[in-house]
Design a protein around this ligand. Structure first.
Ligand code: MOS
Length: 767
C-alpha cells in the first residue's frame, strides 16, 4: 500500500477557481495513476465470453420475442390476422394493439431530466401507423426461430392515409425554427448578409449530408421479467437510471419498482436508449406471465432504432485578403418527425469555432413521416463541421492561403457567440504539433498535381470542436471495507459503460483520489439501484463521475477523521487540511502526520464505512466557454480510373484537457475517426422517398469501414489540463468523429481538384 510520500499540492491561481466549488487538487499532481496507460479492467471478461450482455441473460421459463413491422408510412390498421401465427408450434402469445396492456406514452427526451422516450407516441395502444417499420405485433414463442417464423405469418390490412416521405414535400409543408433541448438553434451577431455582400472574398455553398443508421456491433436487446410488481430488466443501455425511470412512467410504477442493469454494452453511439422493443417486451411479459428475451435482428434495429437525420446546409464566409472573416453564415435545414424533438443541430460546433464580427447561425426544421431520429455521435458537430470546414478549405483555395494558417488567423479570443472566456483552448498548439508530425509542409499546393501510377494523391485538414458538458445529478457512493490490514474500496456511480472504458477510468480516478492501488478498487455502475443519475451521453460522463468521486472522497475524509478521534496522529486537523495517500489519511502540510485506513477503522472497531455525495453543481459552464478541440490531417489516394478513394494516412491532434487514461483515450479517438471515415466515404441510409421505407437495413447494404479500409491512425494530444474542469479533463467521446469527413473531402479536393459537397464521397461523385 505504500506509494510514496504525499505530494505537496500546488495552489491554483486565483482566476482558476471553479465558481461555487473548490478547484480540484488532483490537477496539480504530477505522478500517480492518472495519465498512465491502463488496459480495460473488463477486457478479459469480454474476450473470454464471461461478460454477460443483455441478450445473454436467462430467466427460468423464458420465452423469445419477435416483432412484425408496418409496411406503410402513415394510416390505420384496418384488420390484423394473427390466426396463422397463433397456430404455429411453440407460440405462446401474439400481442397487438387489440390485446396489449394499457400503457402511457413514454415521456419524450428533454421533457424532464430523466425522460428518454425517443418520441411521445403511444406504443401498441391504437390502430394508428406513424412510420414505415413501426411495430404492429409481438410474438412470444418457446424458441427465437418459432417466434420469427410466426411473426412473418401475421397479415395486416391497412387504410393508407396521406403522408410526407420526400424532402421536397416536407419543405412544401412548411419549415419551422429548430429547437435543441428546448433552446433556439439561432445566433445572430451584426449583419452577416450585409457583410458578406461587400466582402472582397466570398464562398457561398450548399452541403448535404444523408441519413445515417446506428450499427453498434451488439444489436439492441433486453431480457426482462416481472418479479411480483417489480420489473427486472437486463438491458443494453447508455442511460440506465433514466431508462428505468421512463419505463416506470410508461407502466405507472414507482421508481424503485424498476430495476435495470446494463454492465456490458457492445457500442451505443447515442442509440442505446429506450425504444419500442423494451416497452413491448415488458408488456408481453406481463400479458403472458413469462420472462421475455427480445433481441432485435439487424433489420429490426433499422426499423425501430432511430439514427442521424439528413441535413442541407449553407455555409457562406466573407473574408478580407488576409483571410480574416467579416461574415460567417451557417444555416439550413434538418428533418425530423412530427413526434420527436431531435433535429440535427449542425450549428453547435460553429458557435465557438472562429472569430467573425458578423454571424448568422440557424437551423430550420421540416417534418416527415418516418422513424424518430436521435442522437448519433456528435449530433450536430459531426455533419456541421463537414459543411463549415469544407467551406473554409474552399476559401483557403480562393485566397491562396494555407488552410492551417487560415484557421489560425481566425482563432477567436473569446467565445464569439456567448462572449464568455475560453476555459482552456490550445488549438493552435494542436495545429502546429499535428502539422509537423504529419508532414503537412509536403502537401501538393496545386490540386490534382501529384500522381502515383493510377492514384492521385492529396492531403487535407479540418478542425473540430465539441462542447464540454457536465450534467448535474451525479452522485458517488464509496464504501471502504477492512479485512485485517487489507482495505478495499467500492465506488458506485449510476453511470453507463458502452465499451469505451468508463469503468476503468472511474477506477483510476477513485484509486488516485483514495490513495489505493488499482487492484484494491472495485467500481459499481450500470445499475438503476445505485443512487444518482449519470448517462453516457454528450461526452460528459467522465467529468460528471469525476466531480461526484471528488465530492464523495472529500466526505469520506471527514467521516474517517471523526472515526479517528483524539488518539490519532491526525487529531485536531480539519478535513480540508487532510488528503488521502498511501492507503490512509495524511496531513497536507505535514505528510509525517498520517494514519492508515486499516488503523483508523480498527481502532473504531469498524469493518466498513460508507459515504454518498453528489458532485458539485456545474457552475463552470456558466462562467466559461468550454470545448474539446481537434486538428485533423488526412492523406488520400483517389483512383484516376475508377474514382475509388482510399485514406492512406490520418492524424488526429487533440486538445481535450488532461487525458486520464491514454490507452482507452487513444481507442476513443481512433474509434471516432474510423466512424468519421465511414461517414466521409461510405455510410448512407437509403430511404425510399415514395413510401418512407429504409431500403438497406443490413450490414451487407449499409456500408461501414472494415479493417482494410482503415490505415494506421496516428493520435496525439496536448494534455494541457483545464483548470476549471474536474480533474482538468474534457470529454473525448465525440470529438474524434468531428471534422473527419471534412478533412477527407478536403484531401479529395487536393488530390483531384473535384469538390464534393455531398456525403458520402462515393466514386460516382468523382467520375
Ligand atoms: Mo452520444 S450521441 O451523446 O452517445
Amino acid at each position: 500500500l505504500v506509494q510514496g510520500a504525499l505530494e505537496k499540492l500546488v495552489p491554483l491561481a486565483p482566476d482558476s477557481w471553479i465558481p461555487g466549488g473548490k478547484p480540484d487538487p488532483l490537477i496539480a499532481r504530477k505522478h500517480g495513476l492518472i495519465g498512465k496507460p491502463v488496459s480495460r479492467l473488463d477486457g478479459t471478461l469480454k474476450v473470454t465470453g464471461a461478460a454477460a450482455f443483455a441478450a445473454e441473460h436467462r430467466f427460468d421459463d423464458m420465452v423469445y420475442a419477435a416483432l412484425a413491422y408496418a409496411t406503410i408510412p402513415r394510416g390505420r390498421i384496418a384488420a390484423i390476422d394473427t390466426h396463422s401465427a397463433e397456430a404455429t408450434p411453440g407460440v405462446v402469445l401474439v400481442m397487438t394493439h387489440l390485446n396489449a396492456p394499457r400503457m402511457a406514452p413514454p415521456p419524450v427526451f428533454g421533457s424532464s431530466p430523466t425522460a428518454v422516450g425517443p418520441a411521445d407516441l403511444p406504443i401498441l395502444q391504437d390502430d394508428r401507423i406513424h412510420w414505415n417499420g413501426q411495430p404492429v405485433a409481438c410474438v412470444l414463442a418457446e424458441t427465437q426461430e418459432q417466434a420469427d417464423h410466426a411473426a412473418a405469418l401475421i397479415d395486416v390490412i391497412y387504410d393508407v392515409e396521406p403522408s410526407t416521405t420526400d424532402l421536397a414535400g416536407a419543405k412544401a409543408n412548411g419549415i419551422e425554427p429548430g429547437l435543441f433541448m428546448g433552446q433556439p438553434l439561432l445566433n445572430e451577431i451584426g449583419d452577416a448578409e450585409g457583410a458578406l455582400a461587400v466582402a472582397p472574398h466570398r464562398v457561398d455553398q450548399t452541403y448535404r449530408t444523408p441519413r445515417h443508421n446506428h450499427n453498434p456491433i451488439e444489436p439492441h436487446a433486453a431480457t426482462l421479467a416481472w418479479v411480483g410488481d417489480t420489473l427486472v430488466i437486463h438491458d443494453a443501455s447508455q442511460m440506465v437510471t433514466q431508462q428505468a425511470q421512463t419505463m416506470a412512467d410508461v407502466f405507472g410504477l414507482d421508481t424503485d419498482q424498476v430495476r435495470l442493469t446494463s454492465p456490458y454494452v457492445g457500442g451505443g453511439f447515442g442509440s442505446k436508449g429506450l425504444w419500442d422493443h423494451q416497452v413491448i417486451a415488458a408488456a408481453a411479459a406481463k400479458l403472458s406471465g413469462r420472462p421475455v428475451r427480445i433481441a432485435l435482428s439487424r433489420e429490426g434495429v433499422y426499423r425501430i432504432v432511430g439514427g442521424r437525420t439528413l441535413t442541407e446546409q449553407r455555409v457562406a464566409i466573407g473574408a478580407r485578403a488576409d483571410g480574416r472573416f467579416d461574415a460567417l453564415i451557417h444555416t439550413g435545414l434538418s428533418v425530423m418527425t412530427p413526434h420527436n424533438n431531435m433535429p440535427e443541430p449542425f450549428i453547435l460546433g460553429t458557435r465557438a469555432a472562429y472569430a467573425a464580427p458578423n454571424m448568422l447561425l440557424k437551423v430550420d426544421i421540416a417534418r416527415m413521416n418516418m422513424l424518430a431520429n436521435t442522437f448519433m455521435r456528435a449530433p450536430g458537430e459531426a455533419v456541421g463541421t463537414f459543411a463549415l470546414e469544407s467551406a473554409i478549405d474552399e476559401l483557403a483555395v480562393d485566397l491562396g492561403i494555407d488552410p492551417v494558417e487560415l484557421r489560425i488567423r481566425n482563432e477567436p479570443e473569446k467565445d464569439p457567440t456567448s462572449g464568455l472566456p475560453f476555459s482552456s483552448r490550445h488549438i493552435v498548439e494542436a495545429w502546429r504539433q499535428g502539422a509537423e508530425r504529419f508532414g503537412w509542409q509536403d502537401r501538393p499546393t496545386t490540386p490534382g498535381s501529384r500522381q502515383d501510377g493510377e492514384w492521385l494523391v492529396g492531403m487535407g485538414c479540418a478542425t473540430g470542436t465539441y462542447p464540454y458538458y457536465r450534467m448535474p445529478g451525479a452522485e458517488a457512493r464509496i464504501t471502504l471495507t477492512r479485512d485485517g490490514d487489507d482495505v478495499r474500496a467500492k465506488v458506485e456511480v449510476a453511470a453507463a459503460e458502452m465499451g469505451m472504458g468508463t469503468s476503468t477510468t472511474t477506477a483510476i480516478v477513485a484509486a488516485e483520489r483514495l490513495g489505493l492501488p488499482l487492484d484494491r478498487v472495485e467500481v459499481g455502475y450500470g445499475d438503476s439501484a445505485i443512487p444518482g443519475a449519470i448517462m453516457a451521453g454528450g461526452s460528459q460522463q467522465t467529468a460528471a463521475i469525476g466531480a461526484a468521486v471528488i465530492a464523495a472522497q472529500t466526505e469520506l475524509v471527514g467521516e474517517l477523521l471523526k472515526l479517528a478521534g483524539n488518539d490519532s496522529p491526525l487529531a485536531g486537523l480539519s478535513a480540508d487540511a487532510v488528503g488521502c495517500d498511501a492507503g490512509g489519511l495524511a496531513s497536507l502540510d505535514d505528510p509525517a502526520r498520517r494514519e492508515s485506513y486499516a488503523s483508523i477503522l480498527g481502532r473504531a472497531q469498524r469493518d466498513s464505512v460508507t459515504v454518498t455525495k453528489a458532485g458539485s453543481t456545474p457552475f463552470e459552464l456558466m462562467h466559461w466557454s468550454m470545448h474539446s478541440h481537434s486538428a485533423l490531417f488526412a492523406e488520400v489516394r483517389v483512383n484516376a480510373v475508377t474514382g475509388e478513394t482510399r485514406v492512406t494516412r490520418f492524424l488526429g491532434s487533440f486538445d481535450c484537457g488532461r487525458i486520464l487514461n491514454p490507452k482507452t483515450a487513444t481507442s476513443q479517438f481512433r474509434g471516432g475517426i474510423i466512424m468519421g471515415l465511414g461517414m466521409a466515404l461510405m455510410e448512407e441510409t437509403l430511404f425510399d422517398e415514395r413510401n418512407g421505407r429504409i431500403m438497406n437495413p443490413s450490414l451487407a447494404e449499409y456500408h461501414l469501414p472494415v479493417h482494410l479500409d482503415i490505415p494506421e491512425i496516428d493520435v496525439i494530444w496536448t494534455d494541457i489540463p483545464d483548470p476549471h474542469a474536474p480533474m482538468g479533463a474534457h470529454g473525448i467521446g465525440e470529438i474524434g468523429i468531428t471534422g473527419v469527413a471534412a478533412a477527407v473531402a478536403n484531401a479529395v479536393y487536393n488530390a483531384t481538384g473535384s469538390r464534393v459537397r455531398e456525403l458520402p464521397i462515393t466514386l460516382d461523385k468523382l467520375i
